[in-house]
Design a protein around this ligand. Structure first.
Ligand code: TRP
Length: 473
């Protein structure tokens, strides 16, 4: 069976593909603008702290479920413990939704590559960007290009498609990134931007900054959606999960930091505002490129690297859904890929129109289609998926079985097992509950009480568990 499902050709291939999943618009588009908006260095420090205390642990948690369950996200949970597949189902749904709006932004990137190839900006960047995203058909066609290219790669399977594409795109991405960073930090006055980005002003750390950083950790590492479960399921039994779970967050974080260093110093150097929000790379950066010698070349390079990052993520988003359709609904890979891609293309239309004809069409909670889906995934599905992942690894999965899978039946040492468990069980559950409580409007004192109650229940469980162990002996 497992050979039919596909396997990674090499461990390097797996790490590059998983890093490709993690590294995406989240790093290059969202991280710099979130840092720009949330106090620069203050946001970066909180983000790094959360990567260390949560990112590694949950990355390992997802990968170990995948390799043990040897199936798509739904099947993997179910194979480990019957009845728990619904957690994976939530993740698959989340990937599906994220994919449907991710392609819209990725389409904008394609448009910008074309624009820089043709010589760059011809009018004011605010107008260029605003008119483009608001128009009815052009952005949709660009997003279809992304859907088709992604499908063409996923069609070719795990090692022949996804791994191969990642092995080509990821190294180019790294090289282009370094070139752009060097250009940016050597601009006059770049030091102001570097300071803003890397020198934390701790007084700017607020609960809102922490919550924004926490959500970004999840999104950026592709966690809580079954992506790393799906990729982990194609790993051979003798691979070293613990090492891989270290590499991927490190690579992802390095690229996020480099993205900040590529963008913010340049923005400061040209006296522009770092707080532009989502328009930072589409409006502010083109201004920078326009004012710079050989700006178009740097523009092409920059948007090409963003496109590669986005494509290795769309591949992963599609693969999560396709692997479910193949494993559970027993369609062959080709049919599954085409079917899912057609549905995605259809949903991309209202997502794209949310910036134009449907901008004022409110779906729920006063949000338009695109904003509503973003809210649903970032504030509900992602944290619920993450919370369930922590509950599953911390409480549902048999400890011995889990330990055996992690250590390849004792072949690999994992002295930090208990620390890892504490990270998942206590830090993971507390922090994810915090995001969820906040998302449903429980804040302030009520939030603190709720978190204390959850902690007390956990302590109770801990005591009961130990009692059972003692009486079993
Ligand atoms: N991590 C991706 C990025 O930074 C986005 C993402 C979130 C993703 N969840 C995912 C990609 C699941 C693939 C699969 O852009």
């Amino acid at each position: 069976m497992s050979s039919e499902r596909g396997n990674w050709g090499s461990n390097v291939g797996f790490v590059l593909a998983a890093a490709g999943s993690a590294i995406g618009l989240g790093n290059l588009w969202k991280f710099p603008y979130l840092a720009g908006k949330n106090g620069g260095g203050a946001f970066v420090v909180v983000y790094l702290g959360l990567i260390v205390i949560l990112g590694f642990s949950l990355m390992l948690g997802e990968m170990v479920i995948g390799r043990r369950g040897k199936s798509d996200a739904f099947g993997a949970y179910n194979n480990i413990k019957k009845g728990w597949g619904f957690i994976g189902m939530l993740g698959i749904l989340c990937c599906f939704i994220v994919y449907s709006y991710y392609v819209v932004i990725a389409g904008w990137i394609v448009k910008y590559i074309g624009m820089f190839i043709r010589g760059g900006l011809t009018e004011d960047p605010v107008l260029t960007f605003g008119n483009f995203i608001a128009s009815g058909t052009s952005p949709i066609l660009y997003s279809f290009i992304v859907v088709v290219v992604t499908a063409a790669i996923v069609l070719k399977g795990v090692s022949g498609g996804i791994e191969k594409a990642s092995k080509i795109m990821m190294p180019i991405l790294f090289v282009f990134m370094i070139v752009i960073v060097i250009r940016s930090v050597t601009l006059p006055n770049a030091i102001e931007g570097i300071k803003y980005f890397l020198k934390p002003d701790f007084s700017l750390i607020t609960p809102a900054v922490i919550i924004a950083a926490l959500g970004q950790v999840f999104f950026s590492l592709s966690l809580g959606m079954g992506a790393m479960i799906t990729y982990g399921s194609y790993l051979p039994k003798d691979s070293n999960l613990i090492k891989s779970a270290l590499y991927i967050p490190i690579l992802d974080t390095v690229i996020a930091l480099l993205a900040g260093l590529a963008i913010l110093p340049a923005v400061f150097s040209f006296g522009l505002e770092p707080t532009a929000g989502p328009g930072l790379i589409f409006i502010t950066l083109p201004r920078v490129f326009a004012a710079m010698p050989f700006g178009n070349v740097f523009g092409i390079m920059f948007f090409l690297l963003v496109l590669f990052a986005a494509l290795t993520s769309t591949i992963s988003l599609l693969e999560v859904v396709v692997s479910f359709v193949v494993d559970q609904l027993k369609l062959d890979r080709k049919k599954a890929t085409i079917l899912v891609s057609i549905i995605i293309a259809a949903i991309a239309i209202p997502n794209s129109h949310s910036f134009g004809p449907m901008a004022d069409f409110k779906v729920f909670f006063g949000l338009n289609f695109f904003d509503f889906l973003g809210y649903l995934t970032d504030n509900i599905l992602l944290p619920v998926g993450g919370l369930m992942l922590c509950l599953f690894v911390g409480y549902v999965w048999d400890k011995e079985d889990l330990k055996n899978e992690l250590t390849n039946d004792g072949d690999i040492a994992f002295p930090l097992f208990s620390a890892w468990m504490i990270g998942i069980k206590y830090l993971g559950i507390q922090l994810l509950s915090l995001i969820l409580l906040q998302a449903v409007g429980i804040t302030g004192k009520k939030m603190s009480y709720s978190l204390v109650i959850i902690f007390m229940i956990q302590i109770l469980f801990h005591v009961l568990e130990n009692k059972r162990k003692v009486s079993a002996v």
